[in-house]
Design a protein around this ligand. Structure first.
Ligand code: NDP
Length: 441
């Protein structure tokens, strides 16, 4: 780490103590840009990095809701509006008991750079609640979503902040949130994305993150004289991103050998078939767990990272792949990691992957397909039009290709090039130029 990076982190750490996830994300970006930033006297004088690491605002609120027994429960909700330098705030909502301010700040910070890479006019934000949707009845979920929106409505709008889904917030929750937004605001103007296709949602939004991740992976492999077809692909997670990454990977001729959840891993030693995936999607849609699956072999408490794989696509959550997992993957001869989740590798795992020269696509690039199609959903809402699935899929593929090509076009010397550094540098430059132009912003 160079001196300038140490200094930046020291300063930001002093202001953000006990926020490990946020500091991990800030450290990664500052390490990536440090060589370039150390030559940018004007940006340093204007304290651009330090200002960018400070959210525009954090809204924190209480959510009271009544459970099925009539008892009043309460949770904490947040919206971290990190930066609107490049466009209205944009980023998902996560409902999960492990949501904290640090987690949402890390996700909001990452989102600034991810949205910058898409080239679409979107700022960075993230929000959610420590509410645990698991085990709640549909009416409890509805009452919670309504109460959450009762507060959030004051802070969002198509030109202000446009939230979407994330862990624990799928199409059902977005629809409940949007329905309540309509009642409270009396305005139909697409203040949320990820809506159902028949009422303002975009075709391919559900699939976009997983599909986009595989498109990016194919492009990255081709650029490095490798192919995707026939490769053994280990995938973690069994949610929106994982299932659609698996679908596109099968479509592209790869052998998908795993899915996982917080209970363990489901292994397909000879590769999952399309029919297996359809059955998994169907029982997951009804709330089923992988451990109850009658296909593949389920291994309690294990992760997919001890399997013999060519490509790893982690699609569950942050820091799900640690140093030991990375060592296993390196020993098994891994060629590439393409992140579907946000920051799924610990700092130790990330260093090991880099030291061993493995291709590593960071989530802010490889999972940007979801927010890119959210951007397209906003455009369709503004135009009062709906585009066909083919058109949106084609645009998604073009956006993933252009993100890849912008990253490899960054002026990092070839022998030191990494996709992580390239993504951070390309994204940072665009946001920094806006900060510079805006003055004391
Ligand atoms: P979902 O809620 O649909 O699925 C999450 C999956 O990950 C579930 O199978 C869940 O299993 C599993 N999981 C969660 N925590 C753990 C854990 N600690 N260990 C093992 N498995 C775990 O979420 P998404 O698929 O939407 O999101 C997954 C990741 O992708 C997140 O990091 C998210 O931020 C990122 N992402 C999502 C986008 C989107 O469009 N949805 C866009 C860009 C990034 P279980 O049911 O057991 O908890």
């Amino acid at each position: 780490m160079t001196n300038i990076c140490d200094k930046l982190i020291e300063e930001i750490e002093a202001l953000n103590q006990n926020q490990p996830e946020f500091l991990q994300a800030v450290t990664e970006v500052s390490t990536s840009i440090s060589n370039w930033y150390s030559q940018q006297d004007e940006l340093q004088r204007a304290r651009v990095f330090q200002r960018l690491a400070e959210p525009d605002r954090i809204i924190s609120f209480r959510i009271s809701w009544r459970d099925d027994q009539g008892v009043i429960q309460h949770n904490r909700g947040w919206r971290v509006q990190f930066s609107h330098a490049l466009g209205p705030y944009k980023g998902g909502l996560r409902f999960s008991p492990d949501v904290t301010e640090s987690v949402l700040k890390f996700l909001g910070f990452e989102q600034i750079f991810k949205n910058s890479l898409t080239g679409l006019p979107m700022g960075g934000a993230k929000g959610g609640s420590n509410f645990n949707p698991k085990g709640k009845s549909p009416s409890e979920i509805e009452r919670f979503c309504h109460s959450f929106m009762t507060e959030l409505v004051r802070h969002i709008g198509p030109d202000v902040d446009v939230p979407a889904g994330d862990i624990g917030v799928g199409e059902r929750e977005i629809s409940l949130l949007y329905g309540h937004y309509l009642r409270l605001s009396n305005k139909w103007h697409g203040a949320l994305t990820g809506k159902g296709c028949s009422f303002g949602g975009s075709a391919v939004r559900t699939e976009a993150t997983g599909y986009g991740c595989v498109y990016f992976c194919c492009r990255m492999l081709a650029h490095n004289n490798e192919g995707f077809e026939g490769k053994r692909v280990a995938i973690s997670g069994a949610g929106n991103v994982a299932l659609h990454a698996a679908e596109k990977a099968l479509d592209m001729g790869a052998t998908v050998i795993s899915l996982s959840d917080s209970d363990g891993v489901l292994i397909f030693e000879d590769g999952m078939k399309e029919d297996d995936l359809e059955r998994i999607k169907a029982f997951r849609g009804e709330g089923g767990r992988l451990s109850d699956s009658s296909i593949g072999s389920f291994h309690d408490g294990e992760k997919p990272w001890s399997l013999d794989s060519d490509i790893a696509i982690p699609c569950a959550t942050q820091n799900e792949l640690d140093g030991d997992d990375a060592r296993n993957l390196v020993d098994a001869g891994l060629i590439a990691i393409c992140e579907g989740a946000n920051m799924p590798l610990t700092a130790e795992a990330s260093s090991l992957i880099r030291e061993n020269g493995i291709l590593h696509a960071p989530g802010k690039a490889s999972n940007a397909g979801g927010v890119a199609v959210s951007g397209l959903e906003r455009s369709q809402n503004a135009l009062r039009r709906s585009w066909s699935a083919d058109r949106v899929d084609k645009e998604l593929r073009e956006i993933m290709t252009s993100i890849h090509d912008e990253i490899v076009g960054t002026d990092i010397e070839q022998e030191n090039f990494s996709y992580v550094d390239g993504a951070n540098l390309a994204a940072f430059k665009r946001v920094a130029s806006a900060f510079q132009a805006y003055g004391a912003f």
